[in-house]
Design a protein around this ligand. Sequence first.
Ligand code: ADP
Ligand code: MG
Length: 204
Amino acid sequence: MLEVKDLTFRYPDTETTWRFTFQVDHGQCIALNGPSGSGKSTLLNLLAGFLTPESGSIHWEGRLLNELPPWDRPVTSLFQEHNLFEHLDVQTNIGLGMHPGLKLSAEQKQAISRGLASVGIAGFESRMPGDLSGGQRQRVALLRALLRDQPILLLDEPLTGLDAEARTQLRSLLLRHKAAGKVLVLASHDAEDRKILADKQLNL
Ligand code: ADP
Ligand code: MG
């Protein structure tokens, strides 16, 4: 279980103190609800370890995560910028999430190829990010996050801007990961995404 208790945070030189409390079980998705500026990305960044809280706790399976650096947390993030390394091809961009070096095993390459097919861009292994559309880059970034195979997925507008077919395809992919026991923390403006994916809501 992911358990967040009285987690507080304030950006320097601002008035607002954010406070978050919630729990999510294995195989559940919590949707963060609120208009633009309500703190959804802030919360995701706190969970990922990119921001440091003033007080409160983040526990996973009873273990305190607060002090862990981002790379030691059992989380993987898909952020809105979906940053890809422009000088590395699609396979290597995805592989970097699975393995810190650039050397991939045959099994990892196979997993990437299967994954590319599952997100609707089969055969894109050697494409460069600069040659991809926005939607294709987003699929690569989502696949990289999913293949890292961490128990907690932090998703900031993962399906925003995709066409209807891609949305449907990627929603069912996320549902499969949920069914496999992952915890999803989802920020999405789309009410249908939230209805289909989320088991509980956190109003911010
Ligand atoms: P959301 O993702 O729900 O749109 P954010 O978490 O991005 O909201 O932002 C919440 C609030 O915090 C906004 O008012 C935003 O302007 C402010 N904020 C975000 N980043 C910073 C920052 N680095 N410094 C100061 N204020 C920030
Ligand atoms: Mg945001």
